[in-house]
Design a protein around this ligand. Structure first.
Ligand code: FES
Ligand code: FE2
Length: 341
């Protein structure tokens, strides 16, 4: 059983790349650690711990000059590797140390996002999936655990209630075959024999339904993918969930649709308000779930079940819990189920 890499060696998205301009630094937090993100001279992104070694001023409140970050307090200036390149008022520049004075983190741009790695580990290796598809990003923050967010995104039984009428209806269920299995780097549930859903989203944007999949890939990617009856991509949503601090997470949702007759901008304009509504509904219920769980940690005896009670058709939730507990998918075995969705 191979364990997944520790989270500190994984790559986490911290910003949408086009929002990081050459002249303005960004402050981000990863697991509570404040970071300043900026672009260096070659427009490559860089991430430093957001604290000036002189008097601890947040570098992110400073300015970017010629690909370097200048502290807002006394103007000490640092390059992308955290080396001090200028101390204003100090004439003997050669006295500056060539050793980094601010800790730099691994930082790369890929798939439209800026990624950060806190400890040295494997390089980021994302497949290029932009061919033949239109893509756009949506972002949000959620005060909930990664597990609650991932399960909410990946299981379908809440859609009849949380997204009543938008995605599915409780009164018009259909039989679907589902198979849970471990895959490289995570888990997957494949759905077969589903007809087009009867909510507004499907009626408007999905003429036919073929197979679909929900996947979780370590450490933080939840993915849903729908194909039409001709096995062509209809929609895929990649949801990267980045821990900001405490139980706050930043969501980066990349929406991919097959390139077609509608221009990408028009599709984005039509889909954004609908997806925004779905996202808000999911965030509200997920925050309520995490908050309620925390409240009941003070009253464990009031609960008749200390652990989540799963129905037979709950495939994703138990598998996700196992995956998070073991930091591996080794304990997950294939499971088949007939669902009424
Ligand atoms: S605190 Fe940054 S230059 Fe003084
Ligand atoms: Fe949802």
């Amino acid at each position: 059983m191979t364990a997944f890499p520790d989270g500190s060696q994984c790559w986490w998205p911290v910003a949408v790349a086009r929002e990081l301009s050459a002249d303005r630094p960004m402050r981000r937090q990863l697991n509570g650690l404040p970071l300043v993100i900026f672009r260096t001279n070659e427009l490559k992104p860089a991430a430093l711990v957001d604290a000036c070694p002189h008097r601890m001023a947040p570098l992110s409140q400073g300015q970017c000059t010629q690909g370097q970050i200048q502290c807002p307090y006394h103007g000490w200036t640092f390059d992308g590797q955290g080396r001090c390149v200028r101390i204003p008022g100090m004439q003997d520049a050669h006295a500056l140390s060539r050793r980094p004075l601010v800790r730099a983190l691994g930082c790369v741009e890929s798939a439209g996002l800026i990624w950060v790695q806190t400890e040295a580990g494997a390089p980021l290796n994302l497949p290029d999936e932009s061919n033949g598809v239109d893509q756009f990003f949506m972002q949000s923050t959620v005060d909930a655990t990664l597990l609650d967010i991932a399960e909410n995104f990946l299981e379908a039984f809440h859609t009849h209630f949380v997204h009543r009428g938008l995605v599915r209806r409780d009164t018009q269920r259909q039989q679907v075959d589902a198979l849970l299995r471990p895959i490289d780097g995570g888990i997957e549930v494949a759905y077969q024999n589903e007809q087009t859903q009867n909510g507004w989203l499907s009626r408007l944007f999905e003429p036919s339904r073929g197979a679909s999949w929900g996947r979780f890939l370590w450490p933080n990617l939840a993915q849903i993918e729908y194909h039409d009856a001709q096995q062509r991509l209809t929609l895929r949503v990649d949801l990267w969930i980045t821990p900001v601090e405490n139980e706050r997470h930043q969501l980066f949702a990349r929406i991919s649709t097959r390139r077609g007759l509608l221009p990408a901008r028009v599709k984005q304009m039509l889909l954004t308000p609908l997806f925004r509504r779905v996202l808000q509904q999911d965030i509200a219920i997920t925050e309520a779930v995490t908050h309620n769980r925390r409240t009941f940690e003070q009253h464990p005896d009031a609960l008749m079940h200390g652990k989540p009670l799963d129905a037979r058709h709950d495939l994703m939730g138990p598998a996700l819990r196992t995956l998070f507990e073991q930091q591996s998918n080794g304990g997950i075995v294939n499971r088949q189920a007939t669902l009424y969705l």
